[in-house]
Design a protein around this ligand. Structure first.
Ligand code: NAP
Ligand code: ZN
Ligand code: ZN
Length: 347
């Protein structure tokens, strides 16, 4: 066993507190990573507060992890001590189903193994996440981080980044495509940077007028705060792709009406309640309502390489561990530019 320190949620109603625990000893294909930075994703809050149903406590959240390899198992060959690496939202999958074989481990037929709030595939190890000083992960679920990137801003790429990169690639955002992103939070702001770098025409829909100058500076072509009925009427049937990153429910019917023939609205935010959508708004223009979840290991690596080539990182506010509870509060209050990242060297 390897002794680790971090912060944990002990019950869904209480603040995170310092927590000491054991990581598993290195298996042949494992790497031990000294975590340098961990991002705070809104999903950490949803799970820590049990907003998505039953959760496992104590919970050490965190699935936006970057750090340096400290040690490797006897058969691990992909990484060497000292190398800068990242770990995202999952740390294992069945490795045998069609989706795993296609590098789409996030859609594993048996379910991916999350980085925290789950039991690992050995049936006994509790998965503890990145709000911690170190982690032990199978090398097949670790990716290499370009050394040229500012490392604290890399951590959020491991969830917020890939979650926007993947649908933008899948639905072919690029020159000549009109793309909308709803919500300029941790996920949304990464979408703005990627869509801009890919050459799409990008509109940000936000509930916060004050985010306008930031959105434009990140590469948005247009910014619309709280769009009016008149806006929806005037801009109907004009978008190819809209990505909804909002963590509470939004009026999907209105945003669907903005899509042109065969356009797609992708759900990315995961509010606790189900959506209701009238069929008419979909079938009238053969519109699609879709979903997308993070990205697989090969796409994670592709995204990091893309970030390396385009010098893309997240806009962050670096915090110390004793500020995590305040950071959660501020995230829920939409008071974050645009991701809190924990200095993991202080755990
Ligand atoms: P975040 O940083 O809190 O951003 C969410 C944004 O939604 C806010 O910045 C805000 O943008 C808008 N928003 C929040 N509360 C609102 C309210 N009460 N009314 C209206 N708008 C509100 O969260 P995040 O980390 O980006 O995560 C966003 C969602 O995606 C969460 O539900 C998270 O669980 C989910 N998620 C999904 C995946 C996936 O694979 N699909 C991966 C990671 C996270 P504006 O102020 O600009 O409106
Ligand atoms: Zn996340
Ligand atoms: Zn699988």
């Amino acid at each position: 066993m390897v002794k680790a320190r971090g912060y944990a949620v002990l019950t869904p109603k209480t603040d995170l507190v310092p927590f000491e625990f054991d990581r598993r000893a290195l298996r042949p294909h494992d790497v031990e990573i000294t975590i340098t930075h961990t991002g705070i994703c809104h999903s950490d809050i949803h799970q820590g507060r049990e907003e998505w149903g039953q959760a496992i406590f104590p919970m050490v959240p965190g699935h936006e992890i970057v750090g340096r390899v400290k040690d490797v198992g006897e058969k691990a060959s992909k990484f060497a001590p000292g190398q800068l690496v990242g770990v995202g939202v999952f740390i294992d999958s069945c490795r045998e189903c069609e989706n795993c074989k296609a590098g789409l481990q996030q859609y594993c037929a048996q379910g991916m193994t999350g980085t925290y709030n789950t039991i690992e595939r050995d049936g006994s190890t509790v998965a503890y996440g990145g709000y911690s000083n170190l982690i032990v992960v199978d090398e097949n679920y670790v990716v290499s981080v370009p050394e040229t990137l500012e490392v604290a801003g890399v951590a959020p790429l491991m969830c917020a980044g890939i979650t926007l990169y993947s649908p933008l690639r899948h639905w072919e955002a690029g020159p000549g495509k009109k793309v909308g992103i709803i919500g300029l939070g941790g996920l949304g702001h990464m979408g703005v940077k990627f869509a801009h770098a890919m050459g799409a025409h990008l509109t940000v829909f936000s509930h916060s007028e004050r985010k306008k100058s930031d959105a434009l500076a990140m590469g948005a072509d247009d910014f619309v705060a709280n769009p009016s009925d008149d806006y929806f009427k005037k801009n109907g049937s004009s978008f190819d792709l809209i990505l909804n990153t909002v963590s509470v429910d939004v009026d999907l019917e209105k945003y669907l009406s903005l899509l042109r023939l065969n356009g797609t609205l992708v759900l990315i935010g995961l509010p606790g309640k189900p959506y209701q959508v009238p069929a008419g708004v979909l079938l009238g223009k053969r519109r699609r309502l879709a979903g997308s979840m993070i990205g697989g290991v090969p796409e994670l690596q592709e995204m990091l390489n893309f970030c390396g080539s385009n010098q893309i990182v997240s806009d962050i506010e670096l915090i110390q561990p004793d500020y995590i509870n305040k950071a959660w509060e501020r995230t829920v209050a939409r008071d974050v530019k645009y991701r809190f990242v924990i200095d993991a060297s202080s755990f």
